[in-house]
Design a protein around this ligand. Structure first.
Ligand code: SAH
Ligand code: SF4
Ligand code: F3S
Length: 458
């Protein structure tokens, strides 16, 4: 029943395209689950879909602009389907929808539904309203008092052996460059019991690794049992007791919330993987103040030293912004010097992108595009040489790899090292979901090659 009226109880096809951070990946999975009882089943292409959702990201200008070009591609598909007597419901979700929903309705009036990151549990009623009559438009970008998590279905699928689980959302930190506090709303931590239950459902559905997600995940302070509040470390210790859950990760952390108990957990919770994404943004104290990061470079390095004392093989990753308003060449060189001192296993770096409504966007001292590009290239070449060195140091070592999916070649499986490196292995007798000790034989541009040891499965 391909051309069934949306709302009818037949099978309908749903295409979701996800942009931005892992939290959007989690939200897209959840939207699919919310729509499944209406008969929507996920498909891999938008062309003839009964419903298309773009789950969007507003973090940098390029991310936002992509959405309008994607809508431009979808519009003829929507018209085609209408010409054939069908209907493609087009929804824009996520952070662009939240930030500029009204403008989007003007710029792209053929979009049926505009919804923010906190309202997707209401998708069934939005679809019903949008499809009641031709030309109905729905916009729901509330920040409801009752969190969406209370109304989401149980997890019946983990989408593979590694799963995401949002434990904390929103942000109260208001870094002067960042849209997240406006698009995701204020900080909210889910109750611990709810998270443990969801983690168990995911493990039951086949997950062997769970990555706990939050815009400031280490600021987590959810209600625990018995009236108290649990920290992220306390939550991780509880999750580590779940049978079958072999690996735990968390992202993204803020340096200010790297507490003693979390650092200690890196030393003594074996399931907590030795890889940490800890964004610093800049190596200049002057710039950190202007960014409202509320910590200094020395605080960050002290935290790294303590983490490495707790877990000597900890691999570190970070985010950097170059060309923040007022960033001098000297400030930028301080960032390079910090990178030289810390040595990152991987990192993301971006040119500063002025975002509407954020304080830094109206600063007078914006940096030239060509200067930003120059600084980005310099920083990226330093970071990629550190990443290469880190990967190269794995060659000849034996490391446990969680096998995640089939590779492109026959008999090949692809997995991840504890340090999050993709590993390609010829291991035809191993199963997806196994954690296998593999001997690393070579380093490629973005991955490692490996071969199994005899009798090494555990
Ligand atoms: N909560 C995380 C970051 C979320 S956004 C944290 O506090 O670190 C992910 C990354 O995007 C940021 O770490 C930052 O490096 C980058 N970013 C955010 N806003 C940006 C902007 N306006 N221009 C360029 N990069 C930006
Ligand atoms: Fe954005 Fe700063 Fe909050 Fe991270 S801590 S989400 S960068 S405002
Ligand atoms: Fe982008 Fe929103 Fe995530 S702006 S980075 S999708 S929180």
């Amino acid at each position: 029943m391909k051309h069934a009226e949306p709302g009818a109880n037949s099978t309908k096809s749903l295409y979701i395209r996800t942009y931005g951070c892992q939290m959007n990946v989690y939200d897209s999975d959840r939207m699919a689950e919310v729509l499944a009882p209406l008969g929507y089943q996920l498909v891999g292409e938008p062309d003839d879909a009964d419903m298309v959702i773009l789950n969007t990201c507003h973090i940098r200008e390029k991310a936002s602009e992509k959405i309008y070009s994607e809508l431009g591609r979808l519009r003829p598909m929507q018209s085609d389907k209408a010409a054939r007597g069908g209907r493609m419901v087009l929804a824009v979700a996520g952070c662009v929808a939240q930030a500029e929903g009204a403008e989007m309705q003007r710029r792209a009036p053929f979009v049926d539904i505009v919804l923010g990151p906190q309202t997707y549990h209401r998708l069934p009623e939005m679809v019903a309203r949008a499809t009641r009559a031709a030309g109905n438009r729905v916009m729901d970008t509330d920040f409801p008092v009752r969190p969406k998590f209370d109304d989401l279905p149980e997890r019946s699928s983990a989408n593979g052996v590694t799963a995401f689980l949002t434990v904390q959302e929103g942000c109260d930190k208001f870094c002067t460059f960042c849209v997240v506090p406006y698009t995701r709303g204020e900080e909210y931590s889910r109750p611990a019991g709810e998270i443990v239950a969801e983690a168990k459902q995911l493990v039951q559905a086949g997950a062997r690794e769970i990555t706990l997600l939050g815009q400031n995940v280490n600021a987590y302070h959810g209600a625990g049992g018995g009236g108290g509040t649990w920290s992220l470390a306390r939550l991780i210790r509880e999750l580590a007791d779940i049978d079958g859950l072999a690996r735990i990760r968390y992202t993204t952390s803020h340096p200010r919330d790297m507490t003693d108990d979390l650092i200690a957990a890196h030393g003594d919770v074996p399931q907590l993987m030795p890889y940490l994404h800890l964004p610093i943004q800049s190596g200049s104290n002057r710039v950190l103040v202007a960014m409202n990061r509320k910590h200094e470079v020395a605080d960050y390095e002290r935290t790294i030293d303590r983490l490495r004392a707790a877990r000597p093989d900890l691999a570190l990753s970070s985010d950097f912004i170059v060309g923040f308003p007022g960033e001098s060449r000297r400030d930028f060189e301080d960032t390079l010097a910090l990178v030289e001192r810390v040595e990152f296993a991987s990192a993301f770096s971006f040119k500063y992108s002025p975002r509407p409504g954020t304080p830094a966007a109206t600063e007078m001292l914006q940096i030239d595009e060509s200067e930003k590009q120059q600084r980005l290239s310099e920083l990226q070449s330093l970071l990629s040489s550190q990443q290469d060195a880190f990967n190269q140091a794995m060659v000849g070592r034996t490391i446990p790899v969680l096998l995640e999916k089939p590779g492109r070649r026959s008999g090949q499986l692809v997995g991840r090292s504890p340090y999050l490196q993709p590993v390609h292995a010829l291991a035809p007798d191993r199963a997806i979901g196994d954690i296998v000790d593999l001997s690393i034989t070579a380093r490629h541009a973005n991955s490692l090659a490996a071969q199994p040891l005899a009798e090494s499965s555990h």
